[in-house]
Write a protein that binds this ligand. Structure first.
Ligand code: ZN
Length: 280
């Protein structure tokens, strides 16, 4: 199992491949986004000829913290559209996100003092490898550099009070991403993966990517009709049923919670939650 990760070790950050509890660093001169775009992850790491670092000696960082485009698809699970009382959309609901919201595995989600309704959303993230425009569905998988896990944390009260969704989903720390990227050749078919989310030990979301209304290939193709997708672009693909605001009574994240997401074949992304300014 080879995973693509960004890491910090002795004050230096880089990227590399994880295999058998060891991290094999890539050449520092090569950006991860370029290696993904050229489909040269293995070549770049073997060319670097660096000694592996034991995994327990590195901190994992968000795998794509500075994407050239950061896009979201909303209402994209049949089971979530039903719980939200929405019709199945005939075109995808899309929005832009701010990359300053991205944090890595284990980093703290900080809740702002002006929202009481901070909600969770387990999502499959697509990382674009080679970019393109007008990508046909049958070619779309060739443009996917990898998959990751994203928690599309949302301030519901702000989302409901504004016409646009971008700000309410982009507060600093609201986009946990990681713990790494899994390439399509390792993950295989992404169209029927189990996806689950826990708040502390309570299972809140449990579904499969087969519930997606617009599939990975459809999303990449549809977005590329109007926008040149650049290498390293991150697309978060929507969340299944079981979010907090649709529960009876509604539930939201609280200071001291830990929210964890697992996607089959990718791994587990786990983040503590704190009220901004509180000691953690
Ligand atoms: Zn979402």
């Amino acid at each position: 199992m080879t995973l693509v990760a960004r890491y910090a070790n002795h004050g230096r950050a880089g990227w590399g491949l994880i295999e058998d509890d060891q991290l094999f660093p890539a050449d520092e001169d090569v950006a991860l986004v370029d290696a993904l775009a050229d489909n040269e992850l293995l070549q770049r790491v073997s060319k670097a000829k660096k000694a592996p670092i034991p995994l327990d000696e590195v901190s994992l960082l968000a795998p794509m913290p500075d994407p050239p485009q950061f896009l979201g698809v909303g209402l994209n699970y049949r089971d979530h559209a039903a719980e939200a009382g929405m019709e199945i959309p005939t075109d995808p609901v899309t929005f832009g996100l701010y990359k300053t919201s991205i944090i890595g595995d284990g980093d703290t989600i900080e809740m702002p003092p002006f929202s009481d309704e901070n909600d969770w959303e387990a999502e499959l993230g697509i990382v674009i490898g080679s970019g393109g425009r007008d990508i046909p569905e049958e070619d779309a998988l060739g443009h996917v550099g990898g998959y990751t896990i994203i928690n599309d944390v949302t301030a519901r009260d702000i989302q409901m009070s504004e016409g646009q969704w971008g700000r309410s989903k982009s507060f600093d720390t609201f986009k946990p991403m990681g713990p790494w990227i899994v390439t399509p050749d390792v993950l295989g078919d992404a169209s029927d993966l189990s996806i689950s989310l826990w708040v502390n030990d309570d299972l809140k979301q449990s579904s499969h990517t087969s519930e997606l209304i617009f599939s990975v290939t459809q999303i990449v193709s549809l977005l590329s009709r109007s926008t040149t997708l650049l290498p390293g672009t991150v697309i978060t693909t929507g969340t299944p049923h079981g979010v907090g605001f649709s529960r009876t009574p509604p539930e939201f994240l609280k200071d001291g919670d830990t929210v964890s997401i697992e996607i089959e074949g990718i791994g587990r992304l786990s983040n503590p939650v704190a009220a901004a300014g509180s000691e953690t």
